[in-house]
Design a protein around this ligand. Structure first.
Ligand code: SF4
Ligand code: SF4
Length: 429
């Protein structure tokens, strides 16, 4: 590995000794790591990556070393290693901290900086801009732009084609109204995160989520001044940008006498439950951020916990559940979605081997590491096809797009659906 001296000193977000030292190098996490399974390289395992972080912390290696960037970038941040670890290693905090060190230490080309700015500052936080971008991209996909881009044999063009292939055939920004009143006696009042991708591509799923909650006695508010949760920024090591978005969301979604803040995108929920950690060094916001984070619930978690009041109607189909990593490993939510599926009469649930494994979506991973993402996805698609399911149910936009694209590429007609859409359908909407 090469490094430019003097070594950059770890920044405030760098994984500190307290987090690193929890790893006792036992290796129990290795069999659950998708990148270790594909590459078989110790430095692409959780244990190897933590060792690298320790080396950087001890200033024996620079955070700008190309090898450090390479192994940390190849991590999916799926956090399966966290679930497997008997020592309570908080790997998500470690890897996101390491990425922030790399962002601070490693110079980027002008083009790379411009792409990051366009994505992180202009598109993701601005719903209308992202909606327009999504509509144009979907149209380009339908007109066959992927094939044209691939024919150029240029690396960037191929990546754009990969991106287009991921998109659903239709993108809709038509979401729920600002208030959806509870049906019958009101049991609770919540705010719903609209989300960037959910709000501009899967907005009907937001509307379905609000309807399902309302049917079960929950009033849903959708504040207009909320923004992107910052999860993609944090995954990419852009923690200052993530903090700015977190502050805006706390100001928008909190303080309205709400019982909970509901999120139907697992990646966003996991990030928002960590707003306290993200803003821990901000004296003005840290306490408020921790209190806010405690109110954040995944939609399946919340509905599973309060229980359905109105039984859904029957749906005749053979379905399987795929755990989004940031729901299972990031938020430790496992039973509630399964209980909600079991509550739908006539729905035959078949088990999915490695339902707890990443599909390769992982934020922007399928764009930044397309080959590895494809290898991880092929393993997932193989298990789905062998399960005999007609539909895959999940709860995260990245997983919806990635798995559907993988199934399409395999020539399968198995569909992928968000659990809230399935429940909404079962309720007859
Ligand atoms: S992360 Fe946990 S499971 Fe993996 S090597 Fe370290 S202590 Fe062991
Ligand atoms: S987050 Fe996922 S890919 Fe990264 S080290 Fe852990 S198990 Fe492996």
């Amino acid at each position: 590995m090469t490094s430019t001296f003097p070594l950059p000193y770890p920044n405030a977000d760098a994984p500190g000794e307290d987090l690193i030292a929890r790893c006792v190098h036992c290796g129990f996490c290795l069999p659950s790591c998708p990148t270790f399974a594909v590459l078989g390289v110790e430095m692409d395992s959780p244990r190897g990556r933590i060792r690298l972080m320790k080396t950087v912390w001890e200033r024996r290696l620079g955070a700008d070393a190309a090898g450090f960037d390479d192994h940390i970038s190849k991590c999916l941040d799926c956090r399966a290693c966290e679930t497997a670890c008997p020592s309570g290693v908080e790997y998500g905090k470690l890897v996101e901290g390491a990425r922030s060190q790399i962002v601070a230490a490693r110079p980027r080309s002008q083009i790379e900086r411009a792409i990051r700015r366009a994505a992180f500052d202009w598109l993701l936080p601005h719903r209308r801009a992202l909606g327009a971008f999504a509509s144009v991209s979907v149209l380009a996909k339908r007109l066959g732009a992927s094939a044209v881009l691939r024919a150029t044999h240029l690396r960037t063009a191929r990546r754009l084609a990969d991106l287009l292939d991921l998109l659903p055939d239709r993108a809709s920004a038509s979401g729920p109204p600002p208030i959806v009143r509870a049906r019958g006696d009101r049991r609770a009042r919540v705010a719903l995160l609209r989300g960037c991708v959910m709000g501009s591509v899967f907005a009907p799923t937001n509307a379905a989520t609000a309807r399902v909650l309302a049917r079960n006695g929950v009033e849903v508010l959708v504040p207009s001044d909320q923004t992107c949760c910052g999860a993609l920024h944090a995954h990419a090591g852009e923690r200052e940008r993530a903090r700015a978005l977190a502050r805006r969301n706390i100001a928008s979604l909190d303080g309205q006498g709400l019982d909970a803040v509901i999120v139907n995108a697992a990646g966003c929920g996991a990030a928002m439950k960590e707003y306290g950690w993200l803003l821990k060094d901000d004296p003005e916001w840290s306490t408020r951020a921790s209190a806010f984070a405690a109110k954040v619930k995944d939609a399946t978690e919340y509905l599973g916990d309060i229980g359905v009041r109105e039984a859904p109607g029957g749906l005749k189909a053979r379905a399987t559940w795929d755990d989004p990593c940031h729901l299972l490993h990031g938020q430790k939510v496992r039973e509630q979605p399964r209980a909600l599926l079991a509550a739908i009469p006539d729905l035959e649930l078949v088990p999915l081997v490695e339902a707890d494994w990443c599909c390769g979506s992982a934020g922007t991973y399928n764009v930044t590491e397309p080959d590895l993402a494809r290898a991880v996805l092929e393993r997932k698609v193989g298990h789905i096809l062998r399960s005999g399911a007609q539909m895959v149910v999940t709860a995260n936009p990245g997983c919806l797009m990635q798995i559907q694209a993988g199934l399409r590429a395999a020539g399968s007609r198995v569909t992928v659906i968000h659990l809230m859409d399935l429940l909404d359908r079962a309720y007859g909407s």
